[in-house]
Structures are given as C-alpha cells and as structure tokens.
Design a protein. Structure first.
Ligand SMILES: [Zn+2]
Length: 179
C-alpha cells in the first residue's frame, strides 16, 4: 500500500505537489556515517517537506539497526539466526533458554529490536561452547523446561564435542528433569 504518489497534494501544507525522488539517504550513528541506497522520498515543491512511505522507513530502520550493532560490537540479526540454527532451537525455545520474551528472537532476527549486551554475551558463549546449555539446565530453582532436552538436542545434531578440550570436566549428565 502506498500513501503518497507523484503529483499528489502535500498533506503537510495542503498546497504543494509531491514529487517522487530516489536518493542515497545518509544517516549517522555515534559519529559514523552510513548510506541507505534507493531511498524513495516525496518532496513538496512548496513547503520543501520530504515524506517517506512507512515501508521505506522500515527497511531503512532495519539497515540502521544492523549498522548500530556493528558500531557497538554486537552480533548482527543474521548472526543471531545462525547461532539459533546451530543450537537447533526454534525462536520460542531460544527465548525459553535465554530469556528475552516470547517474541524476542523473532524481533532480533528481523532486525526490529537490538539485543542487550548481556544477551549478546550469552549468545556468543553458546555459539562457542554449546555445552554451556547444561549449566543453564542445572539451575536448581528452575522449573524444568520441556523444550531444553540437551541429550535429544545432541542426538539431533549428531553432536560429539569433547568438553575436556575446553578444560572443563564434563560428565555428560544433565540434571534437567525431562517432562
Ligand atoms: Zn508541502
């Protein structure tokens, strides 16, 4: 659905005509500049207001969020998806393990929401050391999570890592109660 058209009356001043223009729009984040190409704006010849379609703004926002992640040293939305796939979890299962809310991972992966530094650290740890999932499962006060079945997960992935190579004594037993 488009809101503006070439030649339509400017909704800001109600007098001028809108003219469609495709530009390279520049944005800055923490002093670093980035360009969003093929950015369509509708410019009013009278009041000089530039209007943007919501879909255009949304696409630019996603690009900018990934740009700011890069500047802040955070995982990109593609990285987050890759790590989740590596662990063989659905978005809901990832939220069960890592927190962040039911829709959290969908939003991180679509680029809508930027993960916290803490979430970013946890994801990096799970990426490098997937057996750290066992530590999460061992939390005594935790209501056993049905989705986190590490043995099943390991079998599904054909996972056969050697925890000793990380200097960790690993018994292969998870204290997670399976529901
Ligand atoms: Zn106008």
């Amino acid at each position: 659905m488009t809101m503006f058209g070439n030649g339509s009356i400017c909704p800001v001043c109600g007098a001028g005509e809108l003219k469609e223009k495709t530009i390279d729009e520049r944005f800055t984040y923490k002093g670093r500049e980035m360009t969003v190409p093929n950015y369509v704006i509708y410019e009013c010849g009278t009041c000089e207001e530039a209007l943007v379609e919501p879909a255009t703004a949304k696409r630019a926002e996603k690009i900018l969020k990934d740009f700011s992640r890069q500047i802040d040293g955070l995982l990109s939305s593609a990285d987050i998806k890759r790590i989740r796939k590596k662990l063989a979890f659905t978005q809901e299962q990832m939220a069960e393990v890592c927190g962040g809310g039911l829709k959290g991972f969908a939003r991180y992966e679509s680029g809508q929401v930027i993960q916290s530094k803490g979430m970013d650290n946890l994801l990096r740890i799970l990426d490098e050391l997937p057996f750290a999932l066992d530590i999460i499962n061992r939390r005594p006060s935790r209501v056993p999570a049905k989705v986190v079945n590490i043995m099943d997960y390991r079998q599904r992935r054909g996972f056969n890592y050697n925890a000793h190579s990380y200097g960790v004594k690993y018994t292969g037993k998870s204290n997670c109660t399976m529901g």
